[in-house]
Design a protein around this ligand. Sequence first.
Ligand code: CP3
Length: 341
Amino acid sequence: MAALLRALAGDRPEKTPVWFMRQAGRSLPEYRELRVGTRMLDACLTPDMAAEITLQPVRRHGVDAAIFFSDIVVPLRLAGVDVEIVPGKGPVFANPIRTAADVRKLCEIDPHDLDTEPIKQAVTAVVNELGDTPLIGFAGAPFTVAAYMIEGGPSKDHLRARAMMLTEPTLWHQLAAWLAEVARVFVSAQRDAGARAIQLFDSWAGSLSVNNYREHVAPHSRAALHDLGVGTIHFGVGTGGFLPDMTLGNTVDAVGVDWRTPLSEAAAVLGPNVTVQGNIDPALLAAPWPVLEQHVHDVLQQGRNARAHIVNLGHGVPPETNPDQLTRIVETVHAFHGENI
Ligand code: CP3
């Protein structure tokens, strides 16, 4: 079985599996070349292009998994929502979702009516090329996607989303439940076409208090992921204070840890029933190789405290990263057997 799938099942293959969030993207010259003249969401919805971009980092770095090239807002575009990805900024919505009428109108769209055909075609093309290397499918978690929709675009503290949650809890739960179903439809399409694992990105969950996370967010994320029949990974930034909650009550096989929480601490609080994923500091991708190499060894060493470990970054690859650093990380991780420190 592929190393990534073994690690998700709680096993420790001889070579620790490694992949990178945002491995498909602007750090690769072949990506930048292919994307010239095509807008981000158009690229995501052009099956040949999405498939080729997904495969690029696998060929170049020899990572243990592909991550599907798409975006957390793609299923919203498929639902007819007016959203664009503005380069250097992120998702921007023409009509932010702020009122009860906005939420009601949105929820009239049945997530099961989404045309996921371009997603399935791209995934099928990827899986045909990948051989034994697994493809990870993904979706954005309801809170992170809602944070963009309610603000209308990127924001630092997601104040409007957090305010809606507390001042209009019924409205919030209606929106979050709809987004959970949208995420479920999106990841189910990827799974049906051959994705072997699913990662849920709740990138901005760290802006929530533990209690608000537990009450207003976790049940919706769980609804997006439960009983998918493939391995699942749940990732958030700044979630070190509530990592056990990120298991969604034993729903997920692995929890992604950002660079702030030492992996040995994460392993201790998460216990023996979950795999850890992480947590190379993306800032060190710009460091001289000996500094980065030392850090990678430290992450590997700390990961031994968990039941199993998937090496990744603590967040995505910064666009200005020299891709050779990523290739060297893969080589270093694969050469590590626990004693060569
Ligand atoms: O390689 C991969 O990880 C797979 C593809 C992927 C993308 N976005 C491609 C992308 C994945 C898994 C995502 C998820 C995503 N999208 C998240 C969660 C992960 C995270 O980073 O926290 C979020 C918050 C988004 C929303 C989003 N999309 C942002 C903030 C941006 C960056 C805008 C910018 O220009 O800096 C995007 C655009 C985006 N998504 C790019 C890529 C490769 C860059 C597009 C480009 O080439 O211009």
